[in-house]
Write a protein that binds this ligand. Structure first.
Ligand code: M6R
Length: 605
């Protein structure tokens, strides 16, 4: 997730801007840069790697006194991490510098248009088009120029812009990406969150989508995109820096669960057009020619892969085989050039998944990677990469990246359904649900306190059985993995129908059952399984669909999520199982961000 900082005022040095940027390091980044105005010129320093490398290249310039400065940590989305693609970006004249967080969906069209007018581009980024667009709009008033430029942008952005002819001004704007203004006495600040500004002020304006702000020596003014001024409340926030970098949450894991709505938006941005899914990365691929899909993944990514299998096989004629990569790599799989291989890995560095990709490639298969890390090994070794755009995930347990994986796989499934001629009203409803999912998620995330209470009640149990059917089984598998990996409680996941083939023997009053029981086509079968478990004295925690009062009769505790299409319950229930595991770990005194024996990227077999 990119980070932005900016300062306007008389008492700053370049050092202060870089030091503020350092306080956004926790967000993760691959390159960093700073722009400021000195002697009527914009000076830009940027480099791939750590902020300390940037500091080194600034040298004596760190002591430069400035009236305005902007800086950025980049997490690559368009173009690999290198010095040229690092922000700030500038226009042809070198008078404008911009930092940006987000994704500009129409950047290709804008770039072609601007190149047609003679603008010369240096980087592969979507951000650079904004600098040239502002240059094109500039007639002496930098605020007007930025306003006219951002009106032409589709997608998500938080930006900070400076111009050498206005050495005491920053223009900031946001739509879909976070940006906060810090209000001080004789100075103003911008940043992606309040963390780097807490040393200077406790007074903040949280810009809303569609806001554009003018920060100069006279203070801060906020306007809407129609150019009309708007009053935004100044909020006083008295947090420590370490609490602020976790968004006020105790752990990154909870912050990342709570980022679900934004994660959904980022995963869908630019991939839905005119009522259908159109993933730009797949432009060259003819999905109607594929006969089989082979999916390789590990851990949580494997569970997301299972969702894809269920979804695609239910709605198309394509066979999907899913394999745990550590097994696949040592088998003799029957795949060829008509088989498409999908490799799912948030880190893009999982050793077993990479070896599986290499094996599938040797056998002639085309490889699509779904990953969160631009420039990771998997992106270099695959034919096509679909980025999750979730921003870095700091907690070791996969949470928001699982949400992103499910979202992208649902989109990919829907595109496949359409391109193979199976599209119907039902698929339109699934897509509509998906588009509404960020809003639905807000509702589910508000369950956190009730889930905490539930976790308190069950924290003394040493074993849990997670059961589900169909799509519910996917949630059961992921729920059990989350619980065991961060709270160290023994948890098993079974398809509910398998219970009576053995595992039901384990159940008694000391072995609670977490029953994934949405009101879908398999609900009545689930209900019978729940009753069987209850007959063995097991306590039942059901996760069901709002309005299903019957669950109270057969369960000890019930959590409800809103009704969605059957296929999307793994998505809407993801925060429930993640939050339950989180609270269990926290109540037991463990650090959910750093579970014992686990690493964020498993780069060895
Ligand atoms: O980076 P990847 O998606 O390839 O990682 C796969 C697994 O190692 C990962 O999902 C792991 O299971 C996590 N601990 C899940 O929270």
């Amino acid at each position: 997730m990119c980070g932005i900082v900016g300062v306007v005022g008389d008492d700053f040095k370049v050092f202060d801007v870089v030091d503020s940027l350092k306080r956004l390091e926790y967000r993760g980044y691959d390159s960093a840069g700073v722009a400021y105005i000195k002697d009527g010129k914009v000076l830009i320093f940027k480099s791939v790697g750590r902020i300390d490398v940037l500091r080194g290249s600034l040298g004596e310039h760190l002591k430069d006194e400035i009236s305005v400065g902007i800086a950025h940590t980049r997490w690559a989305t368009h173009g690999s991490p290198n010095d040229t693609n690092a922000h700030p970006h500038t226009d042809c004249t070198g008078k404008i510098a911009i930092v940006h967080n987000g994704i500009i969906e129409n950047f290709r069209e804008l770039k072609a248009f601007l190149e047609g007018l003679g603008h010369e581009f240096r980087s592969d980024t979507d951000t650079e088009v904004i600098a040239h667009l502002i240059e094109e709009e500039y007639k002496g008033d930098i605020f007007e120029a930025v306003l006219n430029a951002v009106r032409k942008l589709d997608g998500a952005y938080a930006i900070g812009v400076v111009h050498s002819d206005h050495p005491d001004t920053i223009i900031a704007a946001r739509k879909g990406s976070p940006l906060v203004i810090g209000v001080g006495n004789g100075f103003s600040l911008i940043a992606s969150d309040i963390t780097p500004m807490l040393r200077y002020t406790k007074d903040f304006i949280f810009l809303e989508d569609g806001d554009i702000a003018l920060l100069n020596d006279k203070g801060v003014k906020v306007f809407r995109m129609d150019g009309k001024p708007v009053d935004r409340r100044i909020q006083r926030i008295d947090l420590s820096e370490s609490a602020a970098e976790k968004g006020g949450y105790k752990h990154f894991m909870m912050k990342e669960i709570m980022e679900g709505p934004q994660t959904l938006v980022s995963a869908m941005t630019g991939r839905i057009k005119d009522g259908y899914v159109k993933i730009p990365e797949l432009e060259e691929l003819d999905l109607s020619k594929i006969t089989r899909i082979n999916v390789v993944a590990c851990g949580t990514s494997y569970h997301a892969a299972m969702f894809f299998k269920y979804f695609v096989e239910q709605h198309t004629d394509v066979d999907v085989s899913v394999e745990v990569a550590s097994e696949f790599r040592y088998r003799k799989p029957h795949i060829d050039d008509k088989t498409l291989t999908l490799a799912i890995s948030q880190s893009g560095e999982t050793a077993d998944t990479l070896e599986s990709v290499r094996l599938a490639k040797r056998l002639g298969s085309n490889i699509i990677a779904i990953t969160n890390v631009v420039g990771s090994t998997i992106t270099r070794e695959s034919d096509i990469s679909i980025m999750m755009n979730s921003g870095p995930e700091i907690g070791v347990a996969a949470t928001k990246t699982y949400v992103a994986q499910l979202t992208i796989l649902a989109l990919l499934g829907l595109q496949l359904i359409r391109e193979r001629g199976f599209w119907s009203g039902r698929h339109k409803r699934i897509l509509d649900n998906l588009i509404r999912m960020p809003e639905i998620f807000e509702n589910v995330l508000s369950l956190s306190d009730s889930i905490r209470a539930l976790a308190e009640k069950y924290s003394r149990y040493e074993h849990f059985m997670y059961i589900g059917r169909g799509y519910g089984f996917i949630t059961a598998m992921e729920g059990a993995l989350k619980l065991k990996e961060i709270s160290y409680i023994h948890a098993e996941a079974y398809p509910a129908g398998e219970l009576k083939h053995g595992p039901i023997a384990l159940l008694d009053e000391k072995f609670p059952v977490f029953a994934i029981s949405p009101s879908d086509s398999l609900y009545l079968k689930m209900k019978s399984n729940i009753i069987e478990c209850k007959a063995r004295d097991a306590k039942i925690i059901s996760v069901g669909t709002s309005g299903n009062g019957e669950l109270f009769d057969i369960s000890n505790d019930v959590l409800f999520v809103p009704r969605v299409a059957d296929e999307l319950y793994p998505l809407v229930m993801a925060p429930v199982i993640q939050t339950f595991a989180y609270h269990m770990a926290d109540i037991k005194g463990y650090d959910p961000d750093k579970p014992r024996n686990l690493a964020k990227s498993v780069t060895v077999e």
